[in-house]
Write a new protein. Structure first.
Length: 225
């Protein structure tokens, strides 16, 4: 897997109390994840509904596509003075492992490992999106789904070397206007990952072929691996 950090610079809509939301990703490698707690963002607005959807700006070229990440849900355990800071992108390494496959459904596990020298914490979903070869546009939408207990996850403390993981689910069955012969969508080469409450991204190789239903990928919140 390859890991590269990229600076993201798009404005983001902040909202509290999100448990399930969608993030539209137009296939590029730039993003602005919502920041809560000690994080920052370029702009904010109060939420009027319990869910929020953000849509990526239209790309100006196939190599300059843009991404926006949906806001995080509020951390039920606010950071207190002296607690470990959240894990920053520069302290994390990502990997993908293939899961089960059945009746047009595909699964994978996305893992983030603390490769830094400090204890840090992870809470929430962050952002994900597909990218084609050379940064080309690939339709991609993140759909956040609750954990098995119905929550948006719980804060996990990572010692150096510890990991968290999220489960990904998508379909390989063409839907809507997608062609029913050949590929439903272009084949991605990378998955761009924005750790929770961060504005930098890392990339991991995508080797699982096209993602149908306009690139929709369901993701659970990060939990201890």
């Amino acid at each position: 897997m390859t890991n590269s950090t990229k600076r993201l610079a798009l404005p983001v809509l902040l909202a509290a109390g999100v448990l399930t939301s969608a993030c539209s990703f137009s296939g590029g490698t730039e993003d602005a994840a919502a920041a809560t707690g000690s994080g920052t963002s370029a702009s904010s607005a109060p939420a009027s509904t319990p869910a929020a959807t953000t849509t990526a700006a239209a790309p100006t070229s196939s190599s300059a596509a843009a991404v926006t990440a949906a806001p995080e849900s509020g951390d039920p355990q606010p950071t207190a003075a002296g607690d470990p800071d959240r894990c920053h992108t520069s302290e994390l390494a990502g990997s993908l492992s293939e899961g089960d496959a059945a009746a047009g459904n595909r699964y994978a596990t996305l893992t983030l490992t603390n490769t830094g020298g400090e204890v840090c914490t992870v809470y929430g979903y962050g952002g994900i999106g597909l990218v084609g070869p050379g940064g080309s546009v690939v339709p991609s939408t993140q759909e956040r789904v609750p954990a098995q207990d119905g929550s948006g996850g719980r804060r996990t403390t990572l010692q150096p070397g510890d990991s968290v993981s999220a489960q990904l689910h998508w379909t390989v069955v063409a839907t809507g206007p997608e062609p029913t012969t050949g590929q439903c969508e272009p084949t991605p080469s990378e998955l761009t990952v924005i750790p929770p409450n961060e504005t930098d991204s890392l990339s991991v190789a995508w080797t699982f072929g096209p993602v149908c239903s306009m690139g929709e990928i369901e993701q659970t919140p990060y939990a201890p691996a």
